[in-house]
Structures are given as C-alpha cells and as structure tokens.
Design a binder for this molecule. Sequence first.
Ligand code: ATP
Ligand code: MG
Length: 208
Amino acid sequence: MAPPGSNDAASRKIGLLGGTFDPIHLAHLRVAEEVREALGLAEVWFIPAGVPPHKRSEPHLSFEERFHLVKLALEDHPAFRALDLEGRRPGPSYTVDTLEELHSLYPEEEFFFILGGDAFQEIQTWRAWRRIPELARLVVVSRGDFSLEKAQALAQELFPTHRLYFVKVTRLDISSTEIRCRRKAGLSIRYLVPEAVFHHIEKAGLYL
Ligand code: ATP
Ligand code: MG
C-alpha cells in the first residue's frame, strides 16, 4: 500500500477552508487561490460553520444565507466548491468532527486544512486540537500583523512531529467584521466582496 501523502493516482490534494463567512469576502478567495497554486491543490472546498464554537456572539446571518453567499462567490471558479455539512450537523461546528466526516465520505482524498495566522494562534482552544494534524495537513497563511515566523515557532511547540505548511499570501486587510460595520454605517462594501455577493447583500438589505 502507498504511504499516506504519496502521489498515487486515486488520491487528490484537497484544500479545506472553514470559517463563519459572515459574509465571505475577497481575502477568503485570494487565500484559497494562492494556497491552491502554491501547493498544487486539485480543489478547495469552502465550509461555512453552522454554529461557530469560537465566536462571542451568534452569526449575523443564518447558515442558509451565509451558505448562499458562499455559493454566489464561488460560482465561476471550477476548482472551488461549497460544502454544507456543518450546517446539517446539530450543535457547535467542531473542525475535528468535520474532518472525521470528510475522511469517511472521501477516504481517497488528501486533505489540507487552511487557516489564517489569527485562527492558528487559538488552535489550543479547539476541541481535540491535537487530533487535527492527524486528519489533515495544516496550512497556515499570513494575515495582517500575525507573522508566519511566530506561527512557525508555535507549530514547533504544539506539533513537533508534524510537518505544517506556511504560505505567505497577498496582504489584504479585509475582514467580515469590518464589512458588517461598514454596512451598519451606511458605507459601501463594493470591491471588498465579489460583485454577485455585493448585489445580493444590497438587494436583500442584509447587515443593516
Ligand atoms: P470575522 O471578522 O467575522 O472573524 P473573518 O474576516 O475573520 O471574519 P472568518 O470567516 O472568521 O473571516 O475567516 C475564515 C478563515 O479565513 C480564517 O482561517 C481566517 O483566518 C481566514 N481569513 C479571513 N480573512 C483573512 C485575510 N484577510 N487574510 C488572511 N486570512 C484570512
Ligand atoms: Mg475571523
């Protein structure tokens, strides 16, 4: 049998990008695109959280609305897919459960779990965090002032026996929080989110 991670014909490299996506924005898409190119991923699957365990408050939009916006954002990219498995599971959306589920659904695929430096810094608060690099290779991307050097040092401390990936991506200081604030203040969010997402948010009067 081929060792895990070897390039046998049946195994494809799949990136996974989890998040609240409240709403999805252009930095999420650039992260996926740049990691896809850097690691030669066949696809990137976007996985909106049903109930995010780490956020202080509930998402502003329902799972269905956030999922709809993700689908609109991914529409014209042949290698990007939206997965609704966290929305279909009751209770908080733990990454470890999602990775277990993906393993049993797609035993052939090799998974790469992508996360920003901000999220990686808090990984010790995640349920069963030590199991996560057993289920998927971790890919930490640069975000704002979270330096990749710091992430590398933390990775060495937390996961000394695992190989993690660190990808420096184009710095885009965009966050969903800022987008929601701009909407509330009556400011434009055009060019921070994909065109289709912008039009849907405007038409449906979301985040006002
Ligand atoms: P919020 O402000 O509501 O927390 P967010 O912009 O951080 O929203 P999330 O849905 O929390 O978006 O992020 C999903 C994933 O994408 C996380 O791993 C996060 O680190 C990463 N990410 C989000 N925005 C960026 C960005 N501008 N640059 C790099 N990574 C990002
Ligand atoms: Mg966030």
